[in-house]
Write a protein that binds this ligand. Structure first.
Ligand code: PDD
Length: 281
């Protein structure tokens, strides 16, 4: 395996960043995860638009022009012989002696890109069974719209989910509304068959998979309600599912101690999963 680290392709085993990298010291960096399918990058433009937005919100310089970045991403996929899997891009504010203040103007941002294969067959099996979700208070900062590598609450939530026999944890705000999962967006389907997901203005990351699923649902004539929903409403939902570039559309069959619907993956979630790649390129 190979990784791209600050201008060089290096063996994954030996790939390393400097101890004074601000990503390492302050979590002062951002990232993206894109799906790789049939050897190609999926929804690249939207992912790189979001990467640019994360960088500008944090006033981190762009590491390289977009066309060059896409070329490097493709090369990382090629060198790792990834057919199906994911690519990870991380940009930190660069290397400088530890100081909370931004480093001097002209300090180059640090760029790392890795790629990894995954098994579509294994994912399909997981989707056939559906996954369990737990709920936890959302204890994150207010700028979760930025795809920052500062993910401690998410890491703790995911581990709590695992300990509870669940695949994901849904964060819940102080008013009892679900925000999103620790690494996914959260969705329910009402008894009337409407798709509900929280608006992306506040409290969640605007998932690229989320955007694609909204496009797909509208195209299929499914009623879409972008509004917050409570945990109580989710317990009573006909269906639930999560979305991310890593899981795509993944049916949820249990939330805390409540079986969702008949306890099996719902038909809308299953259809959206099957048709997902019709609306992305
Ligand atoms: N996570 N919400 C959070 C908090 C996320 O971390 C992610 C993605 C999403 C879904 O976004 P998208 O559809 O663009 O993947 C929502 C990535 C996959 C990760 O951290 O591994």
């Amino acid at each position: 395996r190979f990784a791209y680290v600050n201008g060089r392709y290096v063996r994954h085993k030996e790939a390393a960043v400097h101890i004074e990298d601000r990503g390492y010291q302050f979590a002062d960096g951002i990232y993206e995860v894109c799906e790789v399918r049939h050897g190609a990058l999926v929804d690249t433009t939207r992912h790189l638009d979001r990467l640019d937005r994360s960088l500008s919100e944090l006033q981190i310089a762009s590491p390289m022009p977009r066309a060059s970045l896409v070329a490097v991403m493709r090369e990382v996929v090629r060198r790792n012989r990834v057919r199906d899997g994911m690519i990870y891009i991380q940009v930190s504010r660069g290397v400088a002696p530890r100081d909370h203040l931004f480093p001097p103007q002209g300090t180059p941002p640090a760029l790392v890109i890795t790629a990894r294969s995954s098994s579509p067959a294994k994912a399909a099996k997981t989707a056939e069974a559906g996954v369990n979700v737990i709920t936890l208070p959302d204890n994150r900062w207010e700028r979760v719209d930025i795809k920052s590598v500062s993910l401690l609450p998410n890491v703790l939530a995911k581990e709590a989910a695992r300990k509870a026999g669940a695949k994901e944890a849904w964060f819940v705000d102080s008013d009892g509304y679900v925000t999103e999962g620790s690494s996914t967006n959260a969705w329910i389907v009402t008894a009337e068959g409407a798709l509900v997901t929280r608006p992306a203005e506040h409290g969640i990351l605007r998932g690229i998979t989320r955007t694609a699923v909204l496009d797909l649902a509208r195209r299929e004539g499914i009623t879409v309600e972008e509004r917050p929903f409570t945990v109580e409403e989710a317990y009573r939902a006909r269906e639930a599912f999560i979305t991310a570039a890593t899981t795509l559309v993944m049916p949820v069959v249990r939330i805390d101690d409540h079986a969702i619907g008949n306890g099996k993956p719902g038909s809308i979630a299953t259809e959206l999963r099957q048709r997902f790649h019709e609306v992305v390129e």
